[in-house]
Design a binder for this molecule. Structure first.
Ligand SMILES: Cc1cc2nc3c(=O)[nH]c(=O)nc-3n(C[C@H](O)[C@H](O)[C@H](O)COP(=O)(O)OP(=O)(O)OC[C@H]3O[C@@H](n4cnc5c(N)ncnc54)[C@H](O)[C@@H]3O)c2cc1C
Length: 442
């Protein structure tokens, strides 16, 4: 068994805050992975680094799973796909969409691995209706530090499955995942668009459209007073063949327009004046847009993926996302208080999304029935001061912050069953560790 050599390199999440110099080891197969796990006293698995903060960082050893990216099996009768955990969602879409299959849950980017989707128990635009990714996992194989593999399902090692879904890589390394896909007839989405003059109207729209397959609202964080929380709501359904214009290929979509941000600008081009201008224009322009439209699935689910490196536009300091969820009973008050606090701080997120969630499927899943709000800010002292005040609002309303997005909280909100998770890790002598886990004493 050979241990692949590691490289010392700069490592960070998608937000580029924090950045550390650490050792990255790339495993190409199970044997190499097993050798690394047995040799390293402390390590964490890394997918494609699309979590924003320090969830996939460890000062001693980070194991890249991108080399374990093979399709293993597909059963067209049940829709169950078996694949290695390092495969990208983008690779799955490329192969499966032309065959009429779609992931049951998809985050806002396709450049995530299946292992990362399980570890964060990701939610998508259908979270209000269909839950989170973990719900569709039939079984997964988890490698332990001694190199042995546990196949976990709802009947075998169910506690391990429950702790691994949403467990942020802290229960072992996910090697293989079997999950259910959904059948589609076209690669097109029938999109509807609505505008809401303020937060109350936006939440009412999301509630009214809760029966739709996909819903999500963009929120203008620059709006104040009565317009606080004004929003554009997007709803979507998978289109039927009969709805496509004649001659349209049902399961193939046209080549997409793409661009690249080649360099990091010396200052943020997304906050301040530019962010305000974008938000000032986005809302009125969407009021003028066609309300119903057929768009390809790439445009509907992954609009930002068309611009490689768009996050560089936040400038050299990097950026942080604040994503919180509030339970149903406190959602309205909680989301309003968060928007008011950021308005009072004089800062405004250039991009913000409001969604309705239902329960997650893992012990440490972020999702719960209620509303979630996600907002981006340049990493700075004033941002961290704002985030601390938002943490207090989240704690007061029984909410949670999303671990896949967090990079700086020093307490984990009481909304997580954290003692149970710590107990599980202690009981099985867990040495998988990340900066996130150290920071939050998981
Ligand atoms: C533009 C953008 C939009 C996003 N939209 C959404 C969204 O709508 N909904 C949502 O829920 N999330 C969203 N995310 C977050 C993203 O889906 C999660 O952070 C996901 O975990 C990233 O997957 P990854 O493969 O890049 O994992 P990484 O970022 O590399 O790792 C994330 C976590 O998973 C663990 N992990 C990764 N692979 C394994 C493995 N094989 N075994 C064990 N643990 C593993 C890591 O240890 C780490 O704790 C978004 C991110 C971006 C950048």
């Amino acid at each position: 068994m050979s241990i692949p050599p590691g490289t010392r390199t700069k490592l960070c999440g998608f937000g580029r805050y924090p950045t550390i110099t650490g050792r990255l080891v790339a495993a190409r197969d199970r044997a190499e992975l097993s050798a690394v796990l047995q040799a390293e006293p402390s390590l964490i698995a890394r997918g494609n680094g699309r979590s924003y903060g320090d969830a996939a960082l460890n000062a001693d050893c980070v194991v890249s799973m991108l080399g374990l990216n093979r399709f293993v099996d597909f059963d067209a009768a049940t829709g169950v796909l078996v694949c290695e955990a390092g495969i990208l969602l983008a690779e799955i879409l490329q192969v499966m969409v032309p065959r009429g299959w779609f992931p049951p849950v998809s985050p806002g980017t396709q450049y995530v691995t299946v292992g990362g989707m399980v570890a964060a128990d990701v939610h998508g635009k259908n979270a209000h209706r269909d839950g989170t990714f973990g719900q569709y996992v039939e079984w997964l194989e988890l490698m332990q530090q001694d190199g042995t593999i546990k196949r976990c399902s709802r009947t075998r090692y169910p506690a391990w499955l429950h702790a691994t879904i949403g467990g942020m890589g802290l229960t072992g390394v996910i090697v293989t995942v079997a999950f259910r896909m959904i059948a589609i007839r076209t690669a097109w989405i029938h999109r509807e668009l609505y505008t809401a003059v303020g937060l109350g109207a936006a939440m009412e729209l999301l509630d009214r459209h809760a029966g739709r397959h996909y819903t999500a609202a963009w929120v203008d964080c620059h709006a104040r007073g009565k317009a606080l929380g004004r929003a554009v709501l997007f709803c979507g359904e998978h289109a039927e063949v009969a709805a496509l214009p004649p001659g349209t290929a049902a399961l193939h979509i046209p080549q997409r327009w793409t661009a690249t941000v080649p360099l990091t600008p010396p200052c943020s081009l997304l906050s301040g004046f530019c962010g305000r201008l974008f938000n000032e224009l986005y809302y009125p322009l969407n009021r003028l847009k066609v309300r119903q439209q057929l768009v390809d699935y790439q445009r509907f689910f992954y609009p930002l993926d068309a611009i490689t490196g768009w996050h560089r536009l936040y400038g050299p300091r990097g950026f942080c996302q604040y994503q919180c969820v509030f339970p149903d009973a406190t959602s309205h008050r909680g989301v309003r208080a968060v928007l008011q606090a950021q308005a009072a701080s004089g800062q405004a997120s250039p991009l913000a999304v409001l969604k309705r969630l239902s329960a997650g499927s893992g012990l440490m899943s972020f999702a719960m029935p209620g509303y979630t709000l996600a907002m981006d800010y340049v990493a700075s002292e004033s941002t961290f001061t704002l985030f601390r005040s938002l943490d207090a609002i989240v704690a007061e309303h029984g909410g949670r912050i999303y671990l896949a997005k967090d990079s700086r909280a020093d307490e984990i909100a009481a909304g997580y069953p954290v003692e149970q998770f710590r107990h599980f890790r202690k009981a099985v002598d867990m040495r998988f560790n990340s900066l996130l886990a150290e920071r939050l004493r998981l």
